[in-house]
Design a protein around this ligand. Structure first.
Ligand code: 9MG
Length: 260
């Protein structure tokens, strides 16, 4: 899953893709590099990022989705928590909802159920404004699994069939480095939820802190974590560097073929 942020304050690209043309060009490049799907977001979810209203989020994302739909039939995921944005994005051609709030915002559950597209339910402790202040868990793996199991149940109760649900432990969303690494190491346990596993580790601040590197120097750290996640059973990797990650995953796949 290739990441296309249309946010001017995007942490990973310094806002380079805040204009339509640049975002469109970037998305096309990710498709050419081998992305199996594109995740388009209009509101930053990084710690402390400013919230925007639904109209602005729609303005940033929907023209891009429409334009991509004209040139490609690649699956497009809309990264949003707002029911209005989900509706507008799917009407424009998005085929999946990626919600860091796991459909806990107003009308999101019912809207996603009505739209009939797959959803990714992500774990987050707190809110993007406050989540990194002092995240605490007694048992991070058990608590993340319990939360995701509850959201799967809520989604199913709202009418979203299990086959359309995937989950994500939400690396960096209300988690210390130790929480993130513990979760990564225990990713196999999340597979017991019985739905596909999506993970986003690409360029995250955990890598920056461990390696002491800014976002544009986190490629090796990102690829390393992507490979570890894939080895632990992640089904979908949400990444900025599609070509490099695709090569790394191809190497892992080759190894698995001789193991089979
Ligand atoms: C939007 N977004 C930013 N980071 C993410 C992550 O780790 N997972 C998912 N599903 N979405 C994310």
């Amino acid at each position: 899953m290739g990441v296309v942020n249309t946010t001017p304050d995007s942490f990973s690209d310094g806002g380079r893709f805040d204009s339509f043309d640049m975002a469109f060009g970037h998305a096309r490049r990710l498709i050419d590099e081998g992305a199996d799907m594109i995740d388009i977001g209009g509101e930053s979810t990084r710690p402390g990022a400013a919230r925007i209203d639904a109209d602005e989020e729609i303005e940033r994302t929907v023209p891009l989705i429409r334009a991509l739909r004209e040139v490609s039939d690649i699956p497009i995921s809309i990264d949003t928590s707002k029911a209005e944005v989900m509706q507008a994005a799917v009407a424009a051609g998005a085929t999946m909802i990626n919600d860091v709030w796991a459909l806990r915002q107003r009308d999101a559950l019912e809207t996603a159920a009505g739209l009939g597209v797959p959803v990714c339910l992500m774990h987050m402790q707190g809110t993007p404004e406050t989540m990194q202040r002092d995240p605490r868990y007694t048992d991070v793996v058990a608590e993340v699994i319990e939360f995701l199991a509850g959201r799967i149940e809520a989604a199913q109760r709202a009418g979203i069939p299990r086959e359309r649900i995937m989950v994500d432990p939400g690396f960096g969303f209300g988690k210390t480095i130790a929480h993130n690494l513990t979760l990564l190491d225990a990713l196999g346990e999340l597979r017991e939820l019985g739905v596909p596993l999506l993970v986003g580790l690409s360029r995250k601040s955990m890598i920056g802190k461990i390696l002491d590197k800014p976002a544009d120097q986190r490629l090796v750290g990102s690829i390393t974590l992507a490979v570890i996640a894939a080895m632990h059973g992640a089904d979908i990797l949400r990444v900025h560097d599609v070509a490099e990650t695709a090569d790394a995953v191809a190497m892992l796949r080759a190894l698995r073929e001789v193991q089979a």
